[in-house]
Ligand binder design. Structure first.
Ligand code: F6P
Length: 293
């Protein structure tokens, strides 16, 4: 199926309008990375140095998504405050450019989005859809709604279905773990040794969560950015990264965990909360939870 994503239509479901707007913006965001690889001279609310493209992509998505009928709130990893448009139906949380430190070296990055039916910050159980754009050799989108995951190729304004009802492959192949090894807890280090001891398993870590999680979706396996000594909640943000990824991986038949329960069960205290993130094939996440018990 080929489809040109339409302009937002007030008669349409706001969720589909949000997804169509993000998909349609992907080619422009990709093109706009050129010339915006330098530092913006500011930090995001999590204290990370922003590059020009982070700020630019956030503004572009904020403008477009807040003008959609039915979108009550827009929040992003790149701004401290929520843009609040009233009590419409859905709230959108985005990481406009996940892994933007990869811009300098010209490696993979993505755009992550979660669409919630509650005001933000909200738990993952309030998600009604989520997905990500991957700026790889090809621009693709993985999108989850109603327990089903679809993968698309995006070219210009066109969205082409590549695969429907995607599930994680049964035999997990890849693993990737963030954080410096000396900062991992002993139990986590032991779990990693066990995964690595199987000669069938392959290390994949690219410095952009979305690239690594997309490898897990494609080949099966596990990605984690765990709790660290000195950072008990790891690095990744619950609203913008943890929840959307967990929702999609669970819809694909996998599991997510903060170490003891599904990420989707974690109650947020703050918009920019972090969460230890582990996602992948259920057998790996079960073993991880046993190891961390
Ligand atoms: O959003 C944060 C992020 O860029 C993720 O995409 C990525 O997985 C992680 O940080 C990389 O962190 P580190 O530089 O510690 O490997």
């Amino acid at each position: 199926m080929n489809a040109t994503d339409p302009e937002p239509d007030p008669g349409l479901d706001p969720v589909e309008n949000v997804v169509a707007t993000i998909a349609r913006s992907a080619a422009e965001i990709r093109q706009g990375l050129v010339g915006r690889r330098g530092k913006a001279g500011a930090e995001n609310p999590s204290g990370e140095t922003q590059v020009e493209a982070d700020v630019w992509a956030d503004e572009l998505l904020a403008d477009r998504l807040t003008s959609i009928d039915g979108v009550a709130q827009y929040a992003s990893e790149e701004r401290s405050e929520i843009i609040d448009g009233g009590d419409d139906r859905v709230s959108v949380a985005v990481d406009p450019l996940d892994g933007s430190s990869n811009l300098k070296s010209n490696n993979t990055m993505g755009t992550v989005f979660g669409i919630y039916d509650e005001p933000l910050p909200a738990p993952g159980s309030a998600l009604v859809a989520s997905g990500w754009i991957l700026y790889g050799p090809i621009t693709t989108m993985a999108y989850a709604r109603d327990g089903s995951v679809t993968k698309y190729e995006l070219t210009g304004g066109e969205r082409t279905v590549v695969e429907e009802d995607i599930t994680l492959p049964d035999d997990p192949l890849v693993y990737g773990f963030g954080g410096r090894v000396p900062h991992w807890h002993d139990e986590f280090r032991e779990f990693v040794r066990e995964i690595e001891s199987n000669p069938e398993h392959k290390l994949r870590y690219g410095g952009a969560m979305i690239g690594d999680v997309n490898q897990v979706l494609t080949y099966g396996g596990i990605f984690a950015y765990p709790a660290l000594e000195g950072s008990p909640r790891g690095k990744l943000r619950l609203q913008f990264e943890g929840n959307p990824i967990a929702y999609l991986i669970e819809a694909a038949g996998g599991r997510s965990s903060d170490g003891s329960r599904s990420i989707l069960e974690v109650e947020p205290d703050d918009l920019h909360d972090r969460v230890p993130l582990h996602v992948g094939n259920a057998e790996f996440i079960d073993r991880l939870e046993d190891a961390l018990e």
